[in-house]
Write a protein that binds this ligand. Structure first.
Ligand code: NDP
Length: 294
């Protein structure tokens, strides 16, 4: 057998029909997550979920041209429309994935927004959009895709969270214990996030023991959602973990981050590809941490 045929056979065995979806993959950390998954040899299809078709197609072309430097075969790479936080868009994405592949093996929830410090939009007006995209959007999209993930093999959900989501942002011990409770459910988590939003709107959030960051709250909620899904989906063979990419040089940080985005991508890629994966963990800088540290 020639070496190229042997390589093709090995690729087919490893990658056979494995599908990975990365949200917000047209730039920043998400782009490098998609690129590194494409280069891993473990997938036959990589899908970039992006809200802008031109940016999505450009990212696909960029990844495809980088794959040409590798010995063939390499996975197919495509773009599908996704506006995170828009339920109709989530449902359309699910339908496209179902029709094309019938399943998803890896979902990387990377897309998120963060208002800049210098943004003049008042804190209370930043609250709902931040929670709607980063937390509620991520939850709704994931719930939409769970039936496809349950058909996957060694299926994984990787949530790109942040150190900003640490529990210690909440001054109230009572609130901390609610978020960290073993008995928390998705419905209780939504109620807590709704309560935060209401307190922000009414200007009572500081008095009521919440933190000062909408982004931090959205990421804390994503971390807690990770733990809830990990428990709920264990019986379905889906591992659910989250990570922090570190402070990265991307548009989100106005390029102030010290870490190149390709380095930041590695934590999510590791969770998406490592053998003998754990579940329900927070992973940062190559260590599994106590992810609800106080
Ligand atoms: P960027 O702002 O560079 O990229 C964000 C990506 O998400 C873009 O592709 C953007 O698309 C997409 N996106 C945002 N909102 C939506 C939406 N509603 N629907 C669809 N796509 C959307 O951010 P980073 O690469 O820095 O961040 C990636 C992840 O890492 C995020 O979850 C972030 O919170 C997290 N993180 C980042 C850190 C950092 O230092 N950079 C630190 C800790 C966590 P578009 O181009 O259309 O805007």
């Amino acid at each position: 057998m020639s070496s190229s045929i042997a390589a093709a056979a090995a690729f087919t065995a490893q990658a056979s029909n494995r599908i990975a979806l990365v949200t917000g993959a047209n730039k920043g950390i998400g782009f490098y997550i998609a690129l590194q998954l494409a280069m891993s040899g473990l997938f036959s299809h990589i899908i970039l979920g992006c809200r802008d078709a031109t940016r999505g197609q450009t990212a696909v072309s960029d990844i495809v041209s980088q794959l040409k430097t590798l010995p063939s075969p390499t996975p197919s790479v495509s773009y599908l429309p996704l506006t995170l936080g828009n339920k109709e868009s989530h449902a359309n994405l699910k339908q496209s994935l179902e029709q094309s592949f019938g399943k998803v093996d890896v979902l990387v929830n990377n897309a998120a927004i963060a208002f800049k410090n210098a943004d003049p939009t008042p804190h209370e007006e930043q609250c709902k959009p931040t929670l709607d995209v980063n937390f509620r959007g991520t939850v709704d999209l994931t719930n939409e895709l769970l039936p496809l993930l349950r058909r996957g093999s060694d299926a994984r959900i990787v949530n790109v969270a942040s150190m900003s989501g640490y529990l210690s942002q909440l001054p109230s011990r009572e609130l901390r214990s609610k978020f960290a409770s073993e008995g928390i459910t998705m419905s209780k988590l939504h109620n807590l996030v709704d309560q935060y939003e209401q307190d922000v709107e009414q200007g009572t959030y500081i008095k009521n023991g919440w933190g000062r960051s909408n982004y931090g709250m959205s990421k804390l909620a994503v971390i807690v959602a990770t733990r809830i899904w990990a428990k709920e989906e264990a019986a379905n063979g889906i591992s659910v973990n989250c990570c922090c990419p570190g402070y990265c040089d991307t548009d989100m940080t106005s390029h102030r981050g010290s870490r190149p985005p390709e380095e930041g991508a590695k934590n999510a890629v590791m969770l998406a590809t490592m053998e003998n994966i754990f579940t329900g963990q927070y992973f940062a800088n190559y260590e599994v941490n106590d992810w609800l540290e106080t």
